[in-house]
Design a protein around this ligand. Structure first.
Ligand code: DAH
Length: 337
């Protein structure tokens, strides 16, 4: 993550000096505990947006959370007068369990606010100037990371930007989503006292990019202290991971009746994470049905256990599985089958 962060930081440093543009201040040590106001309200995230729910975000109290994105720092920095900045940090989300999702991951956020005298007085032209500058800067970042590739821009929606876009890069024959971005919503600019200005913002998730660039097949490897993994990499260099042999996988199924009003798939994933930790490689939903007579809802999940460091013992897998079943059976509306 540090390698990618440095590439992005350096790109913007170079860009500022080449174009005589503003210097980007860099931040990478903000604590990840933020307010719901900074993370959601200030970014115009609607009250009923799913990202606010307890099943998506880790709440510390009802108005303090672990940041689910580095955008959480945008308005605080704009208010303190930073007109160009980059923020890198660890982010936290409740999510599914598979090779590319882990409850902790890393993101970077970038923001640039323009001096009105550098933009046209015609709002439509000014908007195009902002978006063109944004796209050129980000295509430059993507080229630094991926080399010369086919790229495409997709229209997107984020509550905090308008217009919004996503950049995709063609990599190994597939379109890989690299980042989200847009022109900062004028209401945000007004709220931070910059109503007469325009600016752009972007956000990049680092793990997915690192998985593609370094050929890393499982996100948990980034947290491994296995020397067979760590010794393959040098700070500052993008090199390909050479897989080492995997330890065997053990699967266990669990099925249960649940109340769709009270129980979300992410609640199940959170229970599995807590009860069985990092030895869960992924969780698959195998079956889901509504009983034709009673209308009760049932789900069957398969939990695939595998350690990256050792062969798991049947007994320890049994203990985790029992933990999952026990915690699950205590949830409202759940009945194990
Ligand atoms: N915060 C967004 C996310 O986590 C990423 C993002 C999109 C950040 C657009 C931005 C932006 O600053 O303008 O998915």
């Amino acid at each position: 993550m540090c390698t990618l962060k440095t590439i992005v930081f350096d790109h913007f440093k170079e860009l500022s000096s080449k174009t005589n543009g503003p210097e980007f201040k860099t931040y990478d040590a903000f604590p990840p505990v933020v307010t719901t106001k900074a993370n959601f309200d200030d970014l115009l995230v609607p009250a009923d947006h799913p990202s606010r729910s307890y099943s998506d975000t880790f709440y510390v109290t009802s108005d303090i959370i672990l940041r689910p994105h580095t955008s959480a720092h945008q308005t605080q920095l704009l208010r303190q007068g930073d007109m160009a900045f980059l923020v890198a940090g660890d982010c936290y989300r409740r999510d599914e369990i598979d090779a590319s999702h882990y409850p902790i991951f890393h993101q970077m956020e970038g923001v640039k606010v323009f001096d009105p005298k550098d933009l046209s007085s015609d709002p439509a032209v000014a908007e195009k100037q902002v978006m063109d500058d944004l796209k050129a800067s980000l295509e430059g970042v993507a080229t630094k990371l991926f080399g010369q590739r086919n790229m495409r821009w997709i229209d997107a929606y984020f509550p905090f930007t308008h217009p919004s876009a996503e950049l995709e890069v063609e990599y190994n024959g597939k379109w890989l989503e690299v980042l989200g971005c847009g022109k900062i919503h004028h209401k945000i600019m007004e709220n931070v006292g910059l109503g007469d200005r325009q600016g752009w913002a972007f956000g990049i998730g680092l793990e997915r990019l690192a998985m593609a660039l370094f050929d890393v097949p499982d996100i948990r490897l980034f947290w491994s202290d296995d020397p067979r993994f760590l010794n393959q990499f040098q700070a500052g260099k993008i090199t390909k991971f050479v897989p080492f042999s995997k330890y065997p996988m053990t699967s266990r199924d669990v099925s249960f009746w649940y109340d769709p009003e009270k129980f979300h798939d992410n609640d199940f994933f959170a229970i599995v994470r807590e009860a069985a930790g990092d030895c869960v490689e992924n969780v698959q939903k195998v079956e889901e049905f509504v009983h034709p007579k009673t209308k009760r809802c049932s789900k069957l999940f398969r939990i695939n256990y595998r350690s990256l460091e050792r062969t798991l013992q049947t007994e320890e897998v049994n203990v985790w599985q029992e933990n999952v079943r026990r915690v699950l059976s205590q949830q409202p509306g759940i009945e194990l089958r």
